[in-house]
Design a protein around this ligand. Structure first.
Ligand code: SF4
Length: 340
């Protein structure tokens, strides 16, 4: 029997699948983040078809990236000046915005459009975005959780784990490392840095997602055994301020995390099976709620956005036909068996 493929799991992958199976496939199964050989250009391009994040979303994502880099360097003894923070942030933001605009130009050429769906960000807008990002980065220096760490203290035990440190469990490769670990007496705090959040206190399913850091911690070297030895914190930007929400680790929360991952992996395998060997994304359902399409980076080419009612109706018809043809095939086999 063929061994089951190892499926990568991360909170972002799981959330994407829950929001829209087509988007999940474009992003992680056939797209830019999928493991595709360099020869397989059309499939790789599929994942980059004018993928566009709103410039403000890029700002939030990059300020989180730069904050992690600062923490990493502070942990190794290097403290960044404000000028270095600004330089690094501006460079990364510009590169991201330029790259996605180039992708849009390529998309417009390929589709024969006379202009790109999105305009290039103007200089004035770019400066405003830099200020937005800097507001987050400088304000982190004043927050009690990070203020001392960013000054590279020698009397605190803390670390910034590698985000790509994964482990395998139950047929999945898990990306669930925390962004930061701090020792606080007999307990260890595992911190996940979120971008902008409506409320730093997560919804129940997101809180279980935070518990998946426990699964990582129990395999990491140098950390204690037992979920009760950990606190799990979410550090998020809520309405103009960094805030922290914390829950205690427990045997129960560890089990919940494990079950969540198991269910997600089943759903991911199911999506792959639905696509079939030809990796046909059209067999996957569109997002149930149309509002999800409004911010989706793949909306330029997706019928789920361009023809929301028609595409969902057609899909329903296709599914019914498929179900009927299966029923008929089963009936034929049953009749043939009875006649024998
Ligand atoms: S546009 Fe909508 S249906 Fe299409 S991939 Fe994005 S979220 Fe899914």
């Amino acid at each position: 029997m063929e061994a089951k493929a190892i499926i990568p799991w991360s909170p972002t992958r799981a959330a994407t699948l829950a929001a829209c199976a087509q988007r999940y496939a474009l992003q992680y199964v056939v797209g830019a983040k999928a493991r595709i050989t360099p020869q397989d250009k059309p499939a790789r391009w599929l994942g980059k078809q004018g993928r566009w994040r709103a410039p403000m979303d890029c700002t939030v994502m990059i300020s989180r990236e730069v904050l992690r880099l600062r923490l990493q360097d502070a942990n190794e003894g290097t403290v960044w000046s404000e000028a270095v923070v600004r330089g690094e942030f501006s460079r990364r933001l510009k590169k991201t915005l330029d790259t996605q605009f180039d992708d849009q130009e390529r998309l417009a050429r390929r589709m024969g459009w006379n202009r790109t769906p999105q305009r290039r960000v103007t200089k004035v807008r770019f400066e405003k975005l830099v200020e937005e990002g800097m507001k987050r980065l400088l304000s982190a220096e004043k927050h009690p959780l990070l203020a001392r760490l960013l000054k590279s203290p020698k009397d605190i035990e803390w670390m910034v784990p590698n985000q790509f440190h994964t482990f395998e469990a139950n047929g999945a490769r898990l990306y669930s490392a925390p962004d930061l670990i701090i020792r606080e007496g007999r307990k260890w705090r595992l911190v996940r840095i979120s971008g902008d959040v409506m409320k730093v206190k997560p919804a129940p399913v997101k809180a279980i997602e935070m518990d998946t850091m426990l699964l990582w911690a129990e395999r990491a070297e140098g950390l204690p055994n037992g979920a009760h030895r950990f606190k799990l914190s979410r550090f998020g930007w809520e309405r103009g301020k960094w805030k922290v929400w914390t829950q205690k680790g427990s045997k129960r929360s560890r089990e919940n995390a494990s079950e969540l991952v198991r269910n997600d992996i089943q759903a991911m395998r199911h999506a792959k099976r639905q696509m079939g060997p030809a990796m046909d994304i059209d067999r996957l359902p569109f997002a149930e709620s149309e509002w999800r399409c409004r911010e989706c980076p793949y909306r330029w080419n997706c019928q789920g956005f361009n023809n929301p009612k028609g595409s969902r109706l057609n899909q329903e018809i296709r599914e019914r036909r498929l179900a009927d043809s299966w029923k008929n095939a089963v009936k034929k086999v049953q009749n043939a068996l009875q006649e024998e």
